[in-house]
Design a protein around this ligand. Structure first.
Ligand code: DX5
Ligand code: ZN
Length: 223
């Protein structure tokens, strides 16, 4: 799998999400940010809304759960129609069991790390995961500045994946734009969430294509 762009609808018009998703037909995934006002200081939506978004589009949904107790709630998002479900390691009680439950429900299992959470303790979990999300801002809000301090962790995670010979995708989320995507791609990321960069563009779909081209060029032309 090459470069994938997964626009976040966090900064789209919540009163008209079906139409907002229809503006990005070139997206590989639609990234839905679920926030519970406990794990992060912001509140968005839950499985009912996610199910409605899933019904409105053929593009697969990539759920990013910024919630407490993902062990209890994550499988619900597979049932709600998400092809990929990401839980935060900082909130999970039994990440191996949870990843296996997401997979057995038919979803791709993904685990997220906040910027200050090290990857090293979780090296042996990589074969249990379809994707690793390395946050490049503190989770909770769109429109924040990209944290360059995460780049070495992206490189280390990519090297670990090569060592283990796993096909785990490496996603980055937060402050990804035309200005920062090349740095992430060079460091080894291959799945890119972009919220405000896409939805503040005059033509969101053209921005999706520009982001993909820019990341592909940084990874040596691999699209
Ligand atoms: C932040 C969310 C992101 C957010 C990204 O906690 O997880 O998905 O929408 O927005 P930008 O691209 O504006 O940083
Ligand atoms: Zn997100």
């Amino acid at each position: 799998m090459g470069i994938q762009i997964t626009p976040s609808i966090l900064n789209a018009d919540f009163a008209d999400l079906g139409a907002e998703v229809a503006r990005i037909p070139s997206a590989d995934w639609v990234h839905v940010d679920v926030m519970d006002n406990h794990f992060v200081p912001n509140l968005t939506f839950g499985p009912t809304m996610v199910e409605a978004i899933a019904r409105s589009t053929d593009i697969p949904l990539d759920a990013h759960l910024m919630i407490d107790d993902p062990d209890r709630h994550a499988p619900t998002y597979v049932e709600a129609g998400c092809a990929s479900v990401t839980f935060h390691i900082e909130a999970a009680a039994a990440p191996v069991r949870l990843a296996r439950e997401i997979r057995s429900a038919g979803g791709r299992a993904s685990m997220a790390l906040k910027p200050a959470t090290p990857i090293e303790p979780y090296e042996d979990l990589l074969p249990e995961l379809d994707m690793l999300l390395l946050m490049t801002v503190e989770p909770g809000f769109g429109g924040q500045k990209f944290l360059d301090l995460v780049l070495p962790k992206i490189r280390r995670a990519r090297a670990m994946m090569a060592k283990h010979g796993v096909e785990t995708w490496l996603q980055v989320d937060g402050g990804v734009s035309l200005e920062t995507i090349e740095r992430c791609a060079e460091a080894g990321a291959d799945v890119f969430v972009a919220g405000s960069a896409v939805y503040s563009a005059d033509d969101p779909d053209a921005m999706v294509q520009e982001l993909r081209a820019s990341a592909a060029a940084a990874r040596g032309g691999q699209a």
